[in-house]
Design a protein around this ligand. Structure first.
Ligand code: DON
Length: 567
């Protein structure tokens, strides 16, 4: 009884008082790298530097995109890729916005129950490891399409420094050496031999990837079709076939990146533009932000009990909708307007209470009558012409399927796991899906990637995004509100501790060793389950903020080797 009274006292104090985390004013305002005109923020210093080099040669954000993305494929094989896919959200200097979808697709031979055994159970690891997990890659199509439409330089100029980087090598960081060693046994098991990245590599070693340099050289000479129809395509298909994948030359030939209308919504005086389906990012972020908008977060305080409650309850509701309604828009009707409408979202939050959580099992997706007709990486670029891009690209898991095409020098994705293999059975990120995200030939699997551009009073304000699987959406959300509601600098907003709820499992995932124990106890006293173990990293945000004087502040997440470079 005594204990209960103490817990209740904690609870009343925390609910009643304005509670901030231990982050003080100086930490909040601690600035990242500042640049006068242009900036690239990515997961690797070399990739940010190459992007800036292309800008200094007179290229724009779309030229820098091609160079940065390929430099990440060289230096950051964990997620940078030729064998994966991604999404671009852009805002041109004149304010025009758009999005490009270069998400992987299911092969023509794919079918709904391909990961189920005879009893209808999901076969372990089939959609996550090895050749069966691989979706048709979209990255080369994506960077070529963006550069073709908006770039200024010729492709050879853009790719040359990347080819040299692959030839001359890059220096392995501490974090990277640790990962190579962690994944060594699975690389050997999947590839049946040791690959270029293995446990003998130490921090400080230089890795040259000559096979990848040759692949990039061929792509630079022959263009996008080299990857989808040329010698590289043939080498890739024969490699995949030998490993048991069903991907054919026809799959590669048919692959196209697609221009999409991004999702845009208002929050206070901000206009937020983010990725539309087949990513759930934009719709989910929009739903959450519109559900939390009526609450006075600024008054409640950063990472206070009340702020966490409001965010968590909105997140639960949005992720429940995600699992039911969202999938590839070329295959399913998505009621986007309704999902983002004030009336619908007010209804979704109608049973919200500060007194207790809404249990996830009582909270299915909302009802809409009749439709209106383990690793990723993000980089943000603002160029000297005023164009801004947010790009998130992925192999899905760390090193994707772990299948490494030795002759070509890159890993293949395991994106097929982002489909719902069976309704109600969680995928690697614990996400539950339904019919809308079931497998079909040529369908794109649902994503959570949330490359996002924020405008304030019509002007460019922020570009951001992150890896983190299901936690991507909530990491982007918290970074935006850290700046907008709580007055953080870009760097501090990115570095601040984060938490996450995704409807199911019904728990708040909180970054370990980052939150006050009293706050955690107060949440538990209210009836929330807290998971401090599951994911040591909740996103790794790379962002750029336009400051009042027009200069740019980079936010490069301290959780990785991320670096902002500008001029
Ligand atoms: O598209 C998606 O949502 C996932 N494939 C992203 C995976 C990811 O972010 C892994 N990073 N930790």
């Amino acid at each position: 009884m005594k204990n209960q009274i103490i817990i209740l006292l904690f609870f009343f104090c925390l609910v009643g008082c304005k509670q901030e985390t231990s982050i003080n004013k100086t930490q909040k305002e601690n600035k990242g790298t500042i640049a006068q005109k242009a900036m690239v923020v990515s997961a690797r210093k070399e990739a940010s530097e190459i992007g800036v080099k292309i800008l200094k040669l007179g290229g724009n954000a779309f030229d820098a995109m091609m160079a940065t993305e390929m430099a990440l494929a060289v230096t950051y094989p964990y997620a940078g890729n030729l064998g994966g896919g991604g999404f671009l959200v852009y805002r041109l200097a004149d304010g025009t916005k758009g999005a490009l979808d270069y998400r992987e697709k299911a092969p023509l031979a794919a079918y709904k129950d391909m990961y189920l055994d005879e009893e209808g159970n999901v076969i372990k690891n089939l959609s996550t490891v090895g050749s069966m997990a691989v979706g048709v890659p979209g990255t080369i199509a994506g960077i070529f399409e963006a550069q073709r439409r908006f770039g200024k330089l010729d492709v050879k100029t853009v790719l040359q420094p990347v080819i040299e980087l692959a030839q001359n090598g890059f220096v392995v960081t501490n974090k990277q050496a640790k990962r190579f060693s962690e994944y060594d046994s699975i690389f050997s098991a999947v590839n049946k031999k040791q690959i270029l990245f293995n446990k003998t590599i130490k921090a400080g070693d230089t890795i040259k990837n000559l096979a990848l340099a040759n692949t990039l050289q061929r792509i630079s000479e022959h263009g996008r079709d080299e990857f989808y129809k040329g010698e590289t395509a043939k080498m890739l298909v024969s490699f995949l076939e030998a490993k048991g994948s069903s991907i054919t030359l026809e799959d590669l030939e048919k692959y196209e990146a697609k221009w999409r209308n991004p999702v845009s919504f208002e929050y206070d005086d901000l206009t937020i533009t983010s990725m539309s389906p087949p990513s759930s990012g934009g719709i989910c972020l929009g739903q959450i932000m519109k559900m939390i908008e009526p609450f006075d977060l600024n008054d409640y305080g950063h990472n206070s009990l009340k702020t966490i409650q409001v965010l968590v309850e909105a997140e639960k509701r949005a992720y429940a909708d995600r699992s039911y309604y969202l999938g590839d828009p070329d295959f399913v009707d998505i009621p986007t307007k309704t999902l983002l409408s004030d009336v619908y979202l007010e209804g979704r939050m109608a049973n919200f209470s500060f007194k207790e959580p809404t249990p996830s099992d009582t909270l299915s997706h909302g009802y809409i009558v009749g439709y209106e007709s383990d690793e990723t990486t993000h980089y943000s670029i603002v160029d000297q012409f005023g164009n801004a891009i947010a790009v998130t690209t992925t192999l899905n898991g760390a090193y994707g399927s772990k299948l490494y095409a030795e002759e070509l020098g890159f890993f293949l994705n395991n994106e097929m796991d982002d489909f719902s293999s069976k309704p109600g059975v969680p995928n690697y990120y614990g996400l539950i899906g339904a019919e809308a995200n079931s497998i079909a030939p040529e369908k794109r699997m649902l994503s959570a990637m949330t490359p996002t551009i924020v405008e304030k009073e019509g002007e460019l304000y922020m570009t951001l995004g992150t890896p983190g699987g299901s936690t991507i959406i909530t990491s982007v959300l918290q970074t935006i509100i850290n700046v907008h509601e709580f007055g953080f600098s870009m760097q501090s907003a990115v570095d601040a501790p984060r938490f996450h709820h995704q409807w199911l499992p019904d728990e708040i995932r909180m970054e370990p060793n980052s939150f006050n124990i009293d706050l955690i106890k107060a949440l538990e006293a209210l009836g929330y389950s807290i998971n401090l173990k599951r994911s040591p990293v909740i996103g790794k945000v790379d962002a750029i903020l336009v400051l009042d004087d027009g200069t740019l502040e980079g936010g490069a997440d301290h959780r990785g080797d991320d670096t902002a470079v500008g001029f």
